[in-house]
Design a protein around this ligand. Sequence first.
Ligand SMILES: Nc1ncnc2c1ncn2[C@@H]1O[C@H](COP(=O)(O)OP(=O)(O)OP(=O)(O)O)[C@@H](O)[C@H]1O
Length: 565
Amino acid sequence: MNKRKNRQCYNVEGTELSVQTVHTAEEYQCENADKEVFSDSFGRVNDEDRDGQPKGGLGGGEIEEAHPSKKQKAEKIEGPGIVTDKLFSSLQISKPTHAAISEIGFQNMTQIQARSIPHLLMGRNVMGVARTGSGKTLAFLIPVVELLYHIKFKPRNGAGAIIICPTRELAIQTHGVAKDLLKHHSQTLGMVTGGVSRRKEAERLAKGVNILVATPGRLLNHLLHTEWFNYRNLKFLIIDEVDRIVDPNFENEMKQILNLLPQERQTALFTATHSKEVEDFVKLSFNEPPVYIGVDDGRSKVTSEGLNQGYYLVPSRERFLVLYTILKNKTVLSKKVMVFFSSRNSVKYHAELLKCMCIDCCEIYGKQEQKKRSKTISDFSNAKKGVLLCTDVAARGLHIPAVDLIVQYDPPKEPNEYVHRVGRTARGEGVEGTALLFLLPEEKNFVNYLHEANVPVIQYNLNREVPKLQSQLEKLVRENDYLHQSAKEAYKSYIAAYNSHTMSEIFNIHHLNLQGVAASFGLRTPPKINLKLKSSAFKFKKKMCIVNGNDSSFPKPHRRRLGLC
Ligand SMILES: Nc1ncnc2c1ncn2[C@@H]1O[C@H](COP(=O)(O)OP(=O)(O)OP(=O)(O)O)[C@@H](O)[C@H]1O
């Protein structure tokens, strides 16, 4: 894009950004800026697939290795796609299940389905790893439904299968797929998640739920306290998104759950991303090593084929204005976009702010009322376009149809989290999507970690000037008490999240320009914040206090930049 166009686009200084006086959307919009093709409108520097390595390497064999250390060479299926030439009709499964699959509309199995269902039907324990959006849900649900059908499970037998999901939204979605699959079966289905009446769930469990979809905390609660919950006959345990379930937040609950459930059962674990923690969990969960199915092992990238991924290097003070520019892009206005933030306060604030700036959006975060959360996901799923601001509560497993663009405005906790976030787009065979990652220039090293994790992300250049709207942004925030308070809370949460980032060697709070960060929240001065700094600077400060007996020896620039003293 030429310079002249840029100047035309953003010559909007003096425009008031406020609820009442905000101008029409088009007044902030570049007249000519948005004529590029969608996939090229993010300033891709290099369009070529950077991995350049041979594609494929996706096994399609019937027989899998019993353990990663004993991998056998699996039969190859041509191409890097996820759908195989194997038909569901070739599976030895019951008529009611066949009928349900036909009604859902699927004929060919995906890789993970073709490779794991036969083992699961034979009663084997399975550890399945396959990229996001590759059909893992049916891969475990079909064997679950079949098993309970064949052993003629009745409501009075209680829970025959439990499926553990890390988030309520994922549980709701899995429950929905199970419902479709059970359409011609008599087995009962139920769900227990946080955020809804525990008593109603308990009544339902007492009546007999054969297939139970659950989040860990609420499941444990029922296992411990719901008298008539019969889980003694459990035959099958599935843990979906196991790499999230091994998170320390779930550790205690999961240990108790695994201790309470009958040990004589079939177990299957599924995930899109592998980690050392998952391997340790596998060792703990199985006496015998499970059949390991790594659909993408040997593949040169872990993300979907149809995904275009780029990162922008944006200084703190320009971050919001760049986001605003992207969301106001004419092409993007007609797309379905998810924007990830590191905290719920940031989601809430940016939702308010964007609405004030005439960008319609919805929001989802962990502590939101469950009804609102579910409605937001359902509305956004049914929408043709729109913007959803979210925390990582929406990063995993959610299948929201036809999401075009993922923006990671705040950095993910680690490369695996990146993979899950971008996995909300380009789901399924031949589906395309775009993912944009915002990084501060000093965070650029994170890209090396992504490359190491086989994520082919390339640098995009901002192909336009950042609009000169900072003073209007600050005025808008200053003059609206609610927004101002919300901006301060969001700022503090951003700093707190940054300070506790797991990759603190890259996301180092002492490298942050707090003035710039504050500016990105529309604040002229950084609010004071009281953090327990875990970094070397804090240790240094402490040491100096001991040596000198007071705080004053702590280098002044640090004191000022951190706004601590
Ligand atoms: N055999 C199939 N043929 C065509 N589409 C399928 C098939 N199996 C599943 N799908 C569809 O693919 C999409 C993704 O499936 P699913 O949500 O199970 O993916 P996933 O592997 O669990 O993803 P994630 O890792 O993000 O949780 C869904 O819309 C699902 O209906």
